[in-house]
Design a protein around this ligand. Structure first.
Ligand code: SF4
Ligand code: SF4
Length: 281
């Protein structure tokens, strides 16, 4: 019995010594800045920076492999804090948010056929290029909603995706999953947008959508610097966004919207708040 106890004790002691030596030999040095960086990150693990989580991004930052500005959800304050930990100068970055440039829900835009498949925009798109007659219109099956780590997107009862300007952090995850390329990044300070994604000629657009852009040029005449029309589609020139409002009432199809007056019909999001002078700067 005594022999067994002594022999077990010996084995335990040897194992402890070996483990101690191994932990010293294979110890990985952790840059103390890595933990400080991790603490400064939003902790959303959203992947917007291109890493699977905040920890991977923190390590790459500490190793000088990436730029602090890659963390878009953290905003300028986080970028500045990261730059100060790393002792580098922070890049000024205009905050951006995502916008679904479509108002053609089930009531306002026609379908080519009735889709009865799985609730997934990419699956629907594979079936004859999707049920919606407009080739660029939102399919409303919520692939973007499921991709958004911040709960910033809703699908209205009439089947249209709408993004809250207040909740969006600009991570671009929704853009990556949308098969219709109907989500765009815009300056966060801008609230007036042309909500159409069709490059068809006006006569064709009128056949499938009540609220599509028909490239009639009326917006451009009302606010020449604030709009351009390219390939039969108007868009706001955000550098001159302050001049865009007069065209809203004049647009015959009402495809220009100011989110301060309200989000597209059916949205439960409260109208966008007026940008503060800090946001607009
Ligand atoms: S915006 Fe794109 S991903 Fe989202 S519901 Fe519409 S088609 Fe689907
Ligand atoms: S709406 Fe898009 S860009 Fe905005 S937080 Fe959600 S996934 Fe990111």
């Amino acid at each position: 019995m005594l022999e067994a106890i002594v022999s077990l004790g010996g084995i335990g002691l040897s194992a402890a010594i070996l483990l101690g030596l191994a932990s010293k030999k294979f110890a990985v040095e952790v840059d103390p800045r890595e933990l400080e960086i991790l603490d400064a990150l939003p902790g959303a693990n959203c992947g917007a920076c291109g890493f699977p989580g905040c920890a991977g991004f923190a390590r790459a930052l500490a190793e000088g492999k990436v730029d602090p500005a890659a963390c878009t959800p953290g905003g300028q304050a986080t970028i500045e804090r990261l730059a100060s930990i790393l002792g580098v100068s922070a890049k000024l970055r205009e905050p951006e948010v995502a916008v679904v440039i479509c108002q053609g829900d089930r009531v306002k835009a026609k379908d080519k056929y009735r889709y009865l498949g799985v609730e997934d925009c990419n699956a629907a798109q594979k079936l004859a290029d999707g049920p919606k007659a407009c080739p660029g219109g939102c399919l409303g099956l919520g692939s973007c909603v499921r991709a958004c780590p911040f709960g910033a997107i809703e699908i209205t009862k009439q089947g249209l995706a709408v993004i809250s300007r207040e909740k969006c952090t600009g991570c671009t995850k929704c853009i990556a999953v949308c098969p219709r390329q109907v989500i765009r990044m815009v300056p966060a300070s801008a609230t007036v947008h042309v909500l159409c994604n069709s490059h068809d000629k006006g006569a064709v657009v009128r056949k499938y959508c009540q609220v599509g852009c028909i490239a009639c040029q009326i917006c451009k005449k009302a606010a020449p610097e604030a709009y351009v029309i390219e390939d039969f589609l108007a868009r706001v020139v955000y550098a001159h966004h302050g001049q865009a409002a007069p065209a809203i009432e004049k647009c015959p199809t009402h495809c220009i919207r100011d989110f301060i007056a309200g989000y597209p019909e059916g949205s439960t999001f409260a109208p966008s708040i007026v940008p503060t002078s800090d946001e607009a700067a």
